[in-house]
Design a protein around this ligand. Structure first.
Ligand code: ATP
Ligand code: MG
Length: 365
């Protein structure tokens, strides 16, 4: 079990006479009965000291104040107790100071529900009333919300994310804080904003998350003016939602995602039951486009299944045979013939059968 392995890891660190605790998401989710994939540890050992304990199992870390350890096939993010000193442009602090004090490390964190710790004996340590908010299912900042969000505006989106994923309420403080600071979202990179939005959109509870974003007018600050349309549509696929938002000029996507978004937007303007459209753009793109338009996906899937061919390779003839039939050398004409065959077969004007196709080719070409 993950917890047992984590406690073993804590024991290993404390045997070297350092303090170490499980902190944040894992403890929060553990109390809620939710499974986590990774475990955050905080400790008064420096990254260098941690690397000395886990010489063989350290992964290269992105963050210079922490060490990632793979221990018993679990990913541990081990972070030294710290104070965050300077925030530039309401983004991640550029300077940190290691400290030897758990309390100080906890008060720099975002939400009370993320300050719960567990020691090596499995005992919960609750210095900032995290348990109270967790039981009441409330997202509450550690200290003044406006100050927290002004330091790091990403916390606004993290608040919405936790409220969405956990189905929690935002505290009145947090609500006020969001209203006071929401303009600061402009200072964050689109990359970081997208990471949080992705987590909100992939939650089964995503509609509540979108309602929260709309309630605070964050769609405006995030420059996703189509957000309301997502509520009217029926798609719960992440790529479908981003297709509706249609902000590929601002937010980062990989090549594959860009192609899908473009195709889905095009397929949205087409008849998704038309055999030629189904053939050309495929089942996935047509289904997502159909979902967005609140069409019956079952009908689209059935229509697709009935297509005589799904691709060129399914045509019951090869180019060798075509050349032999026409007594011609290879050339560009082959591509034209194939495209003609595709269309005729898809439209049901030609049977996908070698003899029929040969007959047609000899008559037509
Ligand atoms: P999950 O891993 O499920 O996304 P988490 O709460 O573990 O949720 P992480 O991003 O892994 O979130 O961060 C670990 C902990 O670090 C958090 O629980 C929180 O205590 C603290 N933390 C993370 N990001 C911030 C931030 N922007 N400001 C303040 N504290 C933060
Ligand atoms: Mg985590």
């Amino acid at each position: 079990m993950m917890l047992e392995e984590a406690l073993k890891l804590l024991k290993k660190i404390t045997e070297h006479s350092y303090d170490a605790y499980i902190v944040g998401g894992f403890v929060r989710d553990y109390i809620l009965g939710i499974e986590s994939n990774d475990i955050d540890i905080n400790t008064n050992a420096t990254p260098k000291q941690i690397r000395e304990i886990f010489t063989d199992s350290c992964l290269p870390s992105e963050d210079y104040g922490s060490v990632t350890v793979m221990y018993k096939r679990i990913r541990f993010e081990i972070t030294t107790f710290r104070k965050e000193l300077t925030y530039v442009n309401n983004r991640k602090p550029v300077e940190i100071e290691y400290i030897n004090n758990l309390y100080e490390d906890l008060i720099r964190r975002d939400f009370t529900i993320n300050t719960l710790c567990m020691n090596k004996d499995g005992k919960i340590i609750d210095m900032l009333d995290g348990r109270k908010d967790l039981d009441a299912r409330i997202v509450n900042t550690v200290g003044d919300a406006t100050a927290k969000f002004s330091e790091d505006a990403l916390r606004i989106l993290r608040a919405v994310r936790f409220a969405t994923i956990l189905d929690f309420k935002l505290s009145d403080e947090v609500r006020k804080g969001i209203k006071n600071t929401k303009e600061l979202l402009h200072n964050l990179s689109y990359f970081r904003k997208k990471e949080e939005l992705d987590k909100i959109f992939t939650s089964p509870n995503y509609k509540n998350g979108i309602k929260l974003l709309l309630e605070f007018g964050l769609d405006k600050e995030l420059e996703i003016p189509n957000l309301k349309k997502v509520l009217d549509s029926n798609t719960s696929s992440l790529i479908g939602i981003w297709s509706i938002l249609n902000v590929t000029d601002k937010y980062p996507f990989n090549k594959n995602e860009l192609e899908l978004i473009e195709d889905i937007n095009l397929a949205m303007t087409l008849d998704n039951l038309d055999p030629m459209n189904l053939y050309r753009y495929g089942l996935y793109v047509n289904s997502v486009a159909g979902e967005i338009k609140n069409e019956d996906i079952k009908v689209i899937t059935e229509k697709y299944a009935k297509l005589a061919i799904k691709g060129k390779r399914d045509i019951d003839i090869d180019s060798q045979t075509i050349m032999k039939e026409l007594n011609k050398a290879p050339g560009k004409y082959l591509k034209e013939i194939y495209e003609d065959l595709e269309e005729k077969i898809i439209k049901g004007e030609l049977v996908n059968n070698k003899e029929e196709i040969c007959k047609y080719i000899k008559e037509r070409y």
